[in-house]
Ligand binder design. Sequence first.
Ligand SMILES: NC(=O)c1ccc[n+]([C@@H]2O[C@H](COP(=O)([O-])OP(=O)(O)OC[C@H]3O[C@@H](n4cnc5c(N)ncnc54)[C@H](O)[C@@H]3O)[C@@H](O)[C@H]2O)c1
Length: 347
Amino acid sequence: MTDPQRVRVAVIGVGHLGKNHARCLKELPNAELVAVCDNNEKTRSAIAERFHVEPCDDFKKLKGRVDAATVVVPTRYHYDVASWLIENGIHVLVEKPMAYTVDECHKLTELAKKHKRILQVGHIERFNPALTSIRNAINTAAFIEADRLSPYPFRSTDVGVVMDVMIHDLDIILSIVRSEVVDIQAVATPVLSKKFEDICSVRLTFKNGCVANITASRISDKYVRKMRIFCADRYLNLDFAAKQAWIYSKTPKLDEANFNVDNVDISKIDDLMQFVFNDLIRVEQVVIGEEEPLKAELKHFLRSVQTGERPQVGGEEGLAAIQLAHEILKKARDHYTKHVPEEHRRW
Ligand SMILES: NC(=O)c1ccc[n+]([C@@H]2O[C@H](COP(=O)([O-])OP(=O)(O)OC[C@H]3O[C@@H](n4cnc5c(N)ncnc54)[C@H](O)[C@@H]3O)[C@@H](O)[C@H]2O)c1
């Protein structure tokens, strides 16, 4: 008998990330992990055995047996799998990037509306405590810097670094700035890949004046996931990898009528750093919750399925990030074509 308190769910694609979806869903009390589905026999059997669930060789066999599914197959299959699920009455969380093309994202969003199904996109960093803990402290952002660097992954190479990696920061920045992008400057180049860009640097200007500089690389010897958000009266420093965040804000001393930073006699100050980052600017390391971002994201999805509430990152948000990613790629490609002689071009 099915338990009305639990969402019957399956994971489709249990490779590198999908097996973690299965683990989290197995641990969440309001989920009943019915099956794990994968084209690869060895992969599905191993994960099914590990989590004591049914292995499934074809996601179409899930019809009528699950209320919801998470789609964790390579990006090139997102649209086909997610659209079939929605059309067959199944709520969907599709991993990021939502799909390959803007058109596919549009269609998925419309299908979800038509069939009244929840469609959530797996922009996991929205659930990273580094962001959730400081989100309320962000007032109007004036300038944002984001760096997302890692070594070559040898996975997710059916897309370039913009769709695979930068898409996280595009989604976060769009959710923070909430203004139209009016100018894009972008450079990108392949290094190891023969088909896609491996590094990209972008400068976005928004209608409200905010500027965002974003760099993504998958050919770095470092692993970095950082964002700095400068607002009028504070600066927020986020480290998504370490799950840490700091808020730097002006102290009331700066507004005292008799205080002028240009008149400070530094010969009377023993520790200048302490003076700046204590007396003038308050530095607060934010207390961060323990919850794993993937678990928080899946919990949010299950709640939307149970309540019918719109998810925080729905089809519209997934589509907006893909649309911007395509515009960035177009600008970057135009720049590449204009400046790299034809005989040296690899992109
Ligand atoms: N949110 C994040 O931070 C994040 C991180 C990693 C990956 N991803 C996304 O997750 C997706 C999967 O990435 P991955 O690294 O786990 O890839 P992966 O190659 O490790 O796993 C994909 C799995 O899907 C299976 N598969 C392929 N087609 C299938 C089909 N039609 N039906 C059933 N199974 C099928 C493959 O056999 C494989 O086991 C990608 O879209 C990627 O962008 C997101």
